[in-house]
Write a protein that binds this ligand. Structure first.
Ligand code: NIG
Ligand code: FE
Length: 442
């Protein structure tokens, strides 16, 4: 076991050198616009990626100012710095709407325990799982957490992700949850990636609160009142989330905490029906949550409830793959019923230690049986909708933020095809470079 020996190894420079304000992306084999309504796409809307050939994209002040034929844009923007896309594929930056990217040590020992026959909940019952990350995180300072996250975020950006949601949830005390959220705030002010903070104080019932019903109730009351007040008071989170699952938080407890969070001004997400069906999806629809995530064991009633609601069904295929589960969320049934789906990595040290979002797309096509177009829209504009950001990111369209990714391939269908490879050669958020690789961009 590595104990607490993991220390930050690399301190990255905070920002890349200043980028010019006006850019013109030229010479892409395809510009994959994902253009269309600035909201989650459903059903037949998921068939069209809006692919343009011979197109250029102009950026001014961090926003897309024009998309159109290269010659016309060259004439209209003589002063813009040219970015030669060298026959690669330019698309919206990937939007990863569900991660636990702030943590201390990895939990590689649990992978072998699972291979030996223990399941996720049994490992948690022995004080491992989320509890192991909680013990570890409580012993670390805020600055150390920031330093550990920086190189991870750089690697995430190197695969084409430009928007990343990050949850708290490994603190589970007032001070440790605030420490996590303050670290996320520091990261958001430091890295060019667009970060979205989520308060997940209800990730688990902490071990020290599990002995009696009164201890459990005291933790619920802490979440509902003091912790929520502190999080909202410091404006540390956009979303509140809860692990609604048999053995963790019940549906009634989840309703109670999420109603309080909504009343305090937070938007809602749920870890719902990840391993067992328990009504989490139905609760998400009832509460008007922005997303219901996981859904590996969602019931037919849950599928219908999501399809009839604005809630985005966020699927995390790498998690069930990594846990060695034999089945995945019913993605086709969700799409066919009319639900809006998004894809996300669930990057975390226990169940999904991947920083490679294109690998999630590979699993989406091969395991969830999505078409490439469904998978790409689920990882761009629908991911943005799962964060309430569909007006701004996930599309290459006039007025949208210049959040872009460039992949070394001739055709966007290669994105889920090169399983596990890193093909991203550049990415930008708000027109500023997130990642550059042999591109020589200004
Ligand atoms: O989304 N399911 C709960 N939370 C995480 C796992 C976190 C962990 O094991 O550290 C998830 O899979
Ligand atoms: Fe999660």
């Amino acid at each position: 076991m590595s104990g607490t020996s993991v220390r930050p190894r690399v301190q990255l420079p905070a920002t890349a050198r200043p980028a010019p304000d006006r850019l013109l992306f030229v010479n892409a084999a395809q510009v994959v616009t994902c253009d269309g309504p600035a909201r989650a796409r459903r059903g037949a809307e998921l068939r069209d990626l809006g692919i343009l050939a011979g197109a250029a994209v102009a950026v001014e002040g961090g926003l897309v100012s024009a998309v159109g034929p290269r010659d016309a844009l060259e004439r209209a923007h003589p002063e813009a710095a040219r970015i030669d896309c060298r026959g690669m594929v330019l698309m919206p930056g990937l939007v990863d709407s569900h991660t636990h990217a702030l943590f201390g040590k990895p939990r590689h020992e649990e992978q072998e325990l699972r291979a030996g026959g223990l399941d996720y909940m049994e490992i948690a019952a022995r004080g491992g799982g989320i509890h192991a990350s909680v013990r570890d995180l409580r012993a670390r300072g805020e600055d150390e957490l920031v330093a550990l996250a920086l190189p991870r975020l750089a690697r995430i950006a190197s695969h084409g992700t430009t928007t990343l949601e990050i949850k708290s949830g490994y603190g589970l005390t007032l001070d440790d949850e605030l420490k996590m959220l303050r670290a996320i705030r520091t990261l958001a002010a430091t890295v060019p990636l667009r970060l979205v903070p989520t308060w997940l104080g209800a990730h688990e019932i902490p071990l020290e609160r599990r002995g009696t019903a009164a201890a459990r109730e005291a933790y619920l009351a802490l979440l509902e009142h003091e912790m929520l007040r502190a999080v909202v008071g410091e404006r540390l989170a956009v979303f509140a989330d809860i692990f609604c699952e048999p053995g963790v938080y019940t549906v009634d407890e989840s309703r109670r905490i999420l109603r309080a969070a909504a009343a305090a001004g937070l938007r809602l997400k749920l870890h719902a029906d990840e391993l067992k069906p328990a009504g989490g999806a139905e609760l998400a629809a009832e509460l008007g949550a922005v997303s219901a995530d996981h859904l590996g064991a969602v019931s037919d009633a849950g599928v219908r409830a999501l399809a009839a609601s604005p809630t985005v069904a966020t699927l995390l295929p790498h998690t069930l793959f990594f846990l060695g589960k034999p089945s995945q969320a019913p993605a086709r049934a969700l799409i066919d019923a009319g639900a809006a789906i998004a894809l996300a990595s669930d990057f975390n040290p226990g169940t999904s230690p991947t920083i490679n979002f294109p690998l999630v797309l590979t699993l989406a096509v091969s395991q969830l049986r999505l078409s490439v177009s469904e998978a790409v829209l689920a990882a761009t504009v629908n991911g943005a909708a799962a964060l309430g950001l569909a007006q701004d990111v996930g599309r290459i369209a006039v007025g949208a933020s210049a959040d872009l990714a460039l992949f070394e391939m001739d055709d966007v269908r290669e994105l889920p095809y090169w399983s596990g490879d890193r093909r991203c050669r550049g990415s930008w958020a708000r027109g500023k470079p997130c990642h550059q690789y042999e591109l020589g961009v200004p």
